[in-house]
Ligand binder design. Structure first.
Ligand code: COI
Length: 354
């Protein structure tokens, strides 16, 4: 078992912090000064270290390059109203990483290793956590196979890494989405519930086709009948139909979103009627036609709450009412932000202070 008290730290001599302009942070382009690495060899995690952010080298026969034996997580750190660095529900990400790991024949990352490495990395790079509303430090833990072998078999060597980078909004305006009824993101028995790199690779082509038609993203439907809504782009998706908050249940094909769980928990506490049950495309389309589809929005770590402006289905485009201060999506975003900044009581114990 790795001793997490012995993480080796090599500090950078050339900080790039002056590249951070809080007024202009694009998503996913700027990375903090340091990164965490641990290697899995001979059946155990070892050599935990924090080093300056830099390229890594792998063999051209690296199994991940060929067979996508890679999983990841996404979580965020915020600066609260007292200037402290806090992370939102990191233990939930540690647990989900290991659910993905099992499906992809990747060894478990002990929660203690996940939490200690995250904590030490954020202590070192705390100046990279922005404070402007709508900004955060995105944290990307990932694990991938390191075998030098182009045969197919579960790998024996792996690497666990964490990189971080300040981010602003993922979507800068409400999104236009298309209900996809030809391509599929996931199937029963497949890897849809895992945060596996290949799921995202396979989503690019259908999403690109939709983008050529003027859409920002897709709403995925089930792989068998295409009659039921699953996810939207990289997010879970929710609807307010009449006064009920509706979302698909997480099953083998849908990612168990941590933002999704947070939204549903708060909505239930607020006394809203929440229905976690299959959502038929026909119900959403009919509700839109009849003016009963009050809101639709994506929920995810990167995008937080992303209101949907219009939904395309077959040849029709259904516009949704613009969100305002009374919209559920707006209220829930304010609530989540309040919990993160400490302005609203952390009544669920979701905040982890660095
Ligand atoms: C996240 O919300 O953390 C994601 O995984 C989205 C990412 C693919 C940008």
């Amino acid at each position: 078992m790795i001793d997490t008290s012995t993480i080796r730290i090599e500090q950078t001599t050339q900080s790039r912090i002056n590249e951070l302009d809080e007024n202009n942070i694009p998503f996913g382009k700027l990375y903090s000064d340091h990164m965490f690495i641990a290697d899995y060899k001979n059946g155990e995690w070892q050599d935990a270290r924090i080093v300056p952010f830099q390229n890594i080298s792998v063999s051209p026969a690296n199994t991940t390059l060929h067979y996508a034996i890679t999983i990841f997580e996404g979580l965020k750190a915020y600066r609260n109203a007292d200037g402290e660095v806090v992370v939102f529900r990191p233990q939930a990400n540690a647990a989900r990483l290991n659910i993905s790991a099992e499906r992809m024949c990747i060894p478990e990352v002990p929660e203690s290793l996940f939490m200690e490495s995250l904590t030490e990395l954020l202590k070192l790079d705390s100046s990279w956590v922005p404070s402007k509303p709508g900004t955060a430090l995105y944290i990307r833990p990932f694990v991938f196979a390191m075998d030098e072998y182009i045969g197919i078999r579960p790998s024996e060597n792996f690497r666990f890494m964490i990189i971080t980078g300040p981010v602003g909004s993922y979507y800068t305006k409400p999104v236009k989405v298309k209900i996809e009824t030809k391509f599929s993101r996931a199937f029963e028995g497949g890897t849809g519930f895992a945060k596996a790199g290949g799921n995202y690779a396979a989503s690019l082509y259908p999403a690109q086709l939709a983008q050529k038609q003027g859409f920002d993203q897709l709403i995925w439907t089930d792989g068998k009948s295409h009659e039921y809504i699953e996810e939207s782009g990289t997010m879970n998706v929710m609807f307010v139909i009449d006064d009920v908050l509706r979302t698909a249940p997480t099953s083998g094909t849908i990612l168990k979103g941590i933002t999704r769980d947070s939204v549903l928990t708060i909505a239930r506490d607020w006394g809203l009627t929440v229905e976690e049950a299959p959502v038929a495309v026909a119900e959403v389309v009919n509700a839109a036609k009849e003016g009963r589809l009050k809101e639709a929005f994506g929920v995810g770590t990167a995008a937080t709450i992303a209101p949907i402006a219009s939904i395309g289905f077959e040849e029709e485009l259904y516009d949704l009412p613009a969100s305002d201060d009374n919209s559920f999506s707006k209220k829930i975003l304010n609530e989540l932000n309040g919990i993160r900044t400490g302005e609203i009581d952390d009544r669920y114990g979701w905040i982890y202070k660095i």
